[in-house]
Design a protein around this ligand. Structure first.
Ligand code: SF4
Length: 245
């Protein structure tokens, strides 16, 4: 079915979200808590848009709103820009040390606010927790309450179930999770891991527990499992080229 976003007519699939239809068509709607891996969560509300259906207009979170009719969508009305600016102001107050939040704060010309904790980078979107659950590790969760609430390992200590996969840090929109790599070791969530090298390029690229976890979860022996993602891609391309010769 056809919908319009800011006057651009695009083809949408019945039931897909406005955000997915916009992304597929190369139209940008700002988000913070959206990830391709988990879809819309409707948490940060940055992706609010105005939907006109017949004579009726309303504001919805584009990451969770399913398209079921030929709607008209506006993404940047003065009202929406004000809502977004207010959201950024609040989130920036919570996470003023995040470079990404600083950038948004400037871009939307938000007003100055007194930060709760000048060192904080986390906006509590929970994407990291979801990523950890998806991996099957369940190493992090939220602890404390109210303004003290934050993501951590149990008792803020080294977790026996963390495998150092860095899925949490990779998915975090604000760069709030620290990963330190040095001398063949990686430190994340108070835990230090020995890393192993790619057998082709020699770069350290993953931890031993990740390798074991992947084998266990997939119940298979991965061919070329000592290769970093780049070298594995190159190997695959060479294999495909050889087969098609
Ligand atoms: S650490 Fe990052 S991903 Fe996790 S809740 Fe905070 S902002 Fe979201």
């Amino acid at each position: 079915m056809k919908i319009t976003i800011d006057g651009n007519e695009i083809e949408a699939n019945f039931g897909e979200t406005i955000l997915d239809a916009a992304n597929r068509s190369g139209l940008e709607i700002p988000t913070l808590c959206y990830s391709e891996a988990f879809g819309g969560q409707g948490v940060c509300r940055m992706c609010m848009v105005e939907v006109k259906e017949g004579d009726r207009k309303r504001l919805v979170a584009s990451c969770t709103y399913p398209i079921t009719s030929e709607i008209e969508v506006q993404t940047s009305t003065p009202e929406l820009l004000e809502i977004r600016s207010n959201i950024i102001t609040l989130l920036y107050r919570r996470a003023p040390n995040s470079d990404y939040m600083k950038k948004l704060h400037q871009e939307y010309e938000c007003t100055g606010v007194e930060p709760v904790d000048p060192e904080e980078k986390c906006i509590m979107c929970r994407l990291c927790i979801k990523a950890c659950e998806k991996v099957g590790a369940y190493a992090i969760s939220t602890i404390m309450r109210g303004t003290e609430k934050r993501v951590a390992t149990p008792f803020d200590e080294e977790s026996p179930v963390c495998i150092g996969c860095n899925a949490c840090a990779d998915i975090c929109p604000t760069g709030a999770i620290s990963v330190k790599k040095e001398g063949g070791r990686q430190k994340i969530w108070h835990k230090s891991f020995e890393m192993f090298r790619c057998e082709v390029c020699g770069d350290y690229f993953s931890t031993l527990p990740v390798k074991e976890h992947v084998k266990e979860q997939l119940e298979l022996t991965v061919s070329g499992d000592n290769l970093c993602p780049n070298c594995r891609r190159n190997k695959l391309a060479r294999d495909v080229a050889n087969v098609s010769k």
